[in-house]
Ligand binder design. Structure first.
Ligand SMILES: NCc1[nH]cc(CCC(=O)O)c1CC(=O)O
Ligand SMILES: [Mg+2]
Length: 322
């Protein structure tokens, strides 16, 4: 036997040398939830270790993360029912707490990369990402709302806007609206291949944003489909996206790989709330070692081809890295 692959596994030093995939805190975007008020910090019941922070405490959280080497953050707002309506008008109200929070974060940490979310669901009384009328989600009417929201977020200081709504044509529409408003430097990270997934439930708990009726299958992709992701990717690239995202990550590692091999744009993957919570829950039950499961999971997403990982594990990972 001349060939013995085990020789390259015989010590930690050799294993470290031949490692094909390496993670660092710089690979991550940390999703954060913000609420109105001061000195508020509420744990999300289905996401142990993840909180909704008021802006003042969010600044502290970001500061801690930056000291750990995380440089990018994706901030989502949680609104009370009283602020929601059918057309998500609160999303572009210049006085709304989310936009003020973004301005505050950006002015406090100008060197951080701040991403915002473009979709109607946090502000929609229907709990949908677009305008719902007679049981249908109206694509083109929704684009107008998304554009107002995106421009307001850019105005507040967002470095990247993240359309997570899955309406057709929104990347081009938002690019044009941003450019017209003078925001040619604001990037678009498109949720290119976003699937209608069962793994979003804890996020919907965090925002109290679950659809009141129906599901999201007429706009989010069917988990049965791989090659349809290429159609979405070609359109987003042509429309001017700066990054393509796959979401969720774990059940879609093949989609990450396919987009990586077919695009020269950086590929992001969203390790979503349910993927976080299932590891936390199994760890709490003593059924697996949460820390090792986290490391293996994150590594697999990068190995599949993701350049960027959005993950609720970002801070925990960065602490371990240190
Ligand atoms: N625009 C909605 C949105 N943006 C991010 C997530 C999910 C993120 C997660 O589960 O971590 C969702 C949920 C959904 O589509 O219902
Ligand atoms: Mg699309």
């Amino acid at each position: 036997m001349y060939k013995r692959p085990r020789r390259n596994r015989k010590s930690a030093a050799i294993r470290n040398m031949v490692e094909e995939t390496r993670l660092s805190p710089k690979d991550f975007i940390f999703p954060l939830f913000v609420i109105d008020g001061i000195n508020q910090k509420e744990e999300v019941a289905s996401m142990p270790g993840i909180y909704r922070h008021s802006t003042d405490l969010l600044l502290k959280e970001i500061e801690e993360c930056m000291e750990l080497g995380i440089q990018s953050f994706d901030i989502f707002p949680a609104y009370p029912e009283s602020k929601k309506d059918k057309k998500a008008t609160e999303s572009y109200n210049p006085e709304t707490f989310y936009l003020k929070a973004i301005s505050k974060v950006k002015s406090s940490f100008p060197e951080a990369c701040i991403m915002t979310d473009v979709a109607m669901d946090p502000y929609s009384s229907d709990g949908h990402d677009g305008i719902l009328k007679n049981g249908k989600i109206l694509n083109d009417e929704t684009l107008e709302v998304l554009a107002k929201m995106a421009v307001a977020q850019a105005q507040a200081g967002a470095d990247i806007i993240g359309p997570s709504d899955m309406m057709d044509g929104r990347v081009g529409y938002l690019r044009e609206a941003l450019d017209k408003a003078g925001h040619t430097e604001v990037s678009i990270m498109s949720y290119t291949a976003k699937y209608a997934s069962a793994f979003y439930n804890p996020f919907r708990d965090a925002l109290d944003s679950a659809p009141k009726a129906g599901d999201k299958k007429t706009y989010q992709m069917d988990p049965a489909n791989l090659h349809e992701a290429l159609i979405e990717a070609e359109l987003d690239e042509a429309e001017g996206a700066d990054f393509l995202m796959v979401k969720p990550a774990l059940a879609y590692l093949d989609v990450i790989r396919l987009l990586k091999e077919n695009s020269n744009l950086p590929i992001a993957a969203y390790n979503v709330s349910g993927e976080y919570s299932m590891i936390k829950a199994a760890h709490e039950k003593g059924w697996l070692d949460g820390e090792n499961a986290m490391l293996e999971t994150l590594l697999s997403i990068k190995r599949a081809g993701a350049n960027i990982i959005l993950s609720y594990f970002a801070k925990e990972y960065a602490k371990l890295y240190k």
